[in-house]
Design a protein around this ligand. Structure first.
Ligand SMILES: Cc1cc2nc3c(=O)[nH]c(=O)nc-3n(C[C@H](O)[C@H](O)[C@H](O)COP(=O)(O)OP(=O)(O)OC[C@H]3O[C@@H](n4cnc5c(N)ncnc54)[C@H](O)[C@@H]3O)c2cc1C
Length: 538
């Protein structure tokens, strides 16, 4: 028997962290969202332990900024040592990254998910169907039919939606329906993960430590306030079954003076780390995000955050298509923009993993020699950029040159600083609000024709003039903010722009030096969105 239960603008399969963020982003824009999640309650144990500054900015925009201090703490420093205790690499993780938030925040994933779920429960447009597994999906061209049932059996329930996003994790059902090929980078290592609560105050110096000991690569990191994680790689001659026991966990934790007398072992589990991505992220009305389209080893702390970036890129596009301000072809820019980005994060994680997971003593000694020789040398800006998870977009809905390359600052993640507006001060994203922004060093009225202004209005764009740091905040009016942290005017100057058109996901669409340049940007955006601005529905 079939029962029709929900009809939505977007149906999300899976309510893990990526599905949760997407649901908030869409429901906050007024879209009707249904989530179907297999399990009745959230998974109670952490996987991820950190997110970066862009991840924090995304979470804040999703409405849980005030909870980040309770869920997480700045990650602090990160050191790699060899078996002899010599520092191979030391990274001071900045307390303030490009997005204003710490470069890395260590967090307790169950607390993060609880905050996201609580926020979701306050949004009337969001319906979460728990305890149902999606078992069939049919794309009818103008809508999608999704069938779910309880995992242990029972009647089928049919849901309809205009779009379906698979946020259903590494074994994604939606990915199977799309039928995409997967590219596998051939990385595979098993690690025992131990999540621990210590009963005693202990300061960890460094706070995050990687011990590159070829006999047993191991890790000790913060896992959010009151939580620590230790990880131990499976080595030759040891089976997963042997490693995956409480006895093994305690035996290995002893290496760090952690034992039943001073700690509670919340859980232990052997994970197989791999590196894979899907070739196709969109097929008709079906899309993929998060682990459903990319998995990576956790060494760069990027898996979940990459998923947050996916949905931040996708949600405003779905919203624009549903709202009639963009043609559905806009959705093709989603994989074009996100796949290279995710591939970079995967490659970065694999590169780190290949160094960390070295178990050949001779190769490890060679590695140590090279790393010790270069440990004190400053990292060149180009190498630092390459190693950063914050990468520019390389194509898609951007101001592109004739050769199809982004014209700087197109594709760059805009920085975030504190600003003072007419009636409040705080982070730019909070004070100015979500959506497109035309960030201007001078009066926007002088940079736009009436027709261009009206078009930007239909997109809900905010026109913001930035006043120099030090200006009395009383000088700010409804259309201007004072650049309290001195972030925005230097950004405009650095990119040679009088105005930068910023997309709702905080990436620059493009910059312009003058009024003619702004006209060109607006015309390009209009062409890229591919639909006359109307307020009608899909
Ligand atoms: C040990 C470890 C450490 C990590 N550390 C980090 C880190 O520090 N930083 C970081 O960013 N990332 C890290 N990651 C990666 C991170 O945990 C994942 O990338 C992230 O959890 C993926 O979230 P997701 O929402 O895409 O998928 P999931 O969390 O897997 O959620 C998918 C959801 O979909 C549901 N589902 C699946 N199939 C169906 C179906 N057919 N019907 C209905 N529901 C379905 C599942 O029940 C699940 O709730 C780590 C991973 C591991 C294993």
């Amino acid at each position: 028997m079939h029962t029709q239960t929900t009809d939505a603008d977007v149906l999300i399969v899976g309510y893990g962290p990526v599905g949760q963020v997407l649901a908030l982003q869409l429901a906050a824009r007024g879209r009707r969202v249904t989530v179907v999640e297999r399990w009745r309650t959230g998974y109670p144990m952490p996987r991820a332990v950190a997110f970066d500054s862009e991840g924090a900015r995304i979470l804040a925009a999703a409405g849980i900024g005030e909870r980040i201090g309770e869920i997480g703490e700045p990650s602090g420093d990160y050191t790699w040592m060899n078996a002899a205790g010599q520092a191979l690499l030391h990274v001071d993780v900045a307390e303030r990254g490009r997005c204003g938030w710490p470069e890395s925040t260590s967090m307790y994933q169950p607390a993060l998910e609880a905050a996201l779920i609580e926020r979701g429960a306050a949004l009337p447009e969001l319906t979460v169907v728990r305890g149902e597994e999606v078992v069939a999906i049919t794309d009818h061209g103008d809508r999608v039919e999704v069938t779910s049932r309880e995992p242990q059996g029972g009647p089928d329930r049919v849901h309809t939606a205009r779009w379906v996003v698979g946020c259903d994790g590494a074994n994604s059902f939606v990915r199977g329906v799309i039928g995409t090929a997967m590219t596998d980078l051939g990385f595979s290592h098993d690690w025992l993960i131990c999540d621990v609560v210590l009963h005693e105050e202990r300061r960890f110096r460094p706070n995050n430590l990687q011990i590159c000991d070829p006999h047993r690569p191991r890790t000790s990191v913060s896992a959010g306030p009151g939580h620590r994680r230790w990880e131990f790689m499976r080595t030759a001659g040891e089976t997963v079954a042997e490693l995956n026991t409480e006895k093994s966990a305690w035996r290995l934790l002893e290496l760090f003076d952690v034992h039943p007398g001073n700690a509670t072992l919340e859980r232990f589990h052997v994970y197989s780390f791999s590196a894979r991505y899907a070739e196709t992220w969109r097929s008709g009305r079906l899309l993929l995000a998060g682990d459903a389209c990319h998995v990576m080893p956790p060494f760069a702390g990027q898996g979940m955050t990459a998923g947050f970036r996916d949905v931040t890129n996708l949600s405003w596009k779905l919203d624009a298509v549903l709202g009639g301000t963009a043609d559905e072809r806009l959705l093709d820019s989603y994989p074009v923009e996100r796949r290279p980005h995710a591939k970079h994060a995967i490659q970065m994680s694999v590169n780190l993993g290949r160094i960390i997971c070295q178990t050949d003593p001779k190769a490890a000694a060679d590695r140590d020699m090279v790393m010790l020789a270069t440990a004190e040398r400053p990292v060149s800006p180009a190498a630092a950029r390459q190693r950063s998870p914050l990468q520019p977009l390389t194509g898609g809905l951007l101001d592109l040159s004739e050769k199809g390359r982004p014209v700087r600052p197109a594709g760059v993640l805009t920085p975030q600083g504190r600003v003072a507006g007419a009636d409040r001060a705080g982070w730019f994203d909070d004070v100015v609000g979500p959506g497109f922004v035309l960030l201007c060093g001078e009066d926007p009225a002088a940079l736009l024709s009436e027709e261009e202004r009206q078009y930007l209005d239909t997109l809900g764009a905010r026109l913001v003039r930035v006043l120099p740091e030090g200006t009395d905040s009383g000088a700010a009016d409804a259309g201007s903010v004072v650049d309290t942290d001195g972030v925005y005017l230097p950004f405009l100057a650095e990119t040679g722009s009088t105005a930068v058109l910023v997309r709702p996901d905080h990436y620059a669409f493009g910059g312009a030096a003058d009024r003619a340049g702004v006209s060109r940007l607006v015309a390009e955006l209009r062409a890229g969105l591919g639909a006359p601005a109307t307020t009608s529905g899909d």
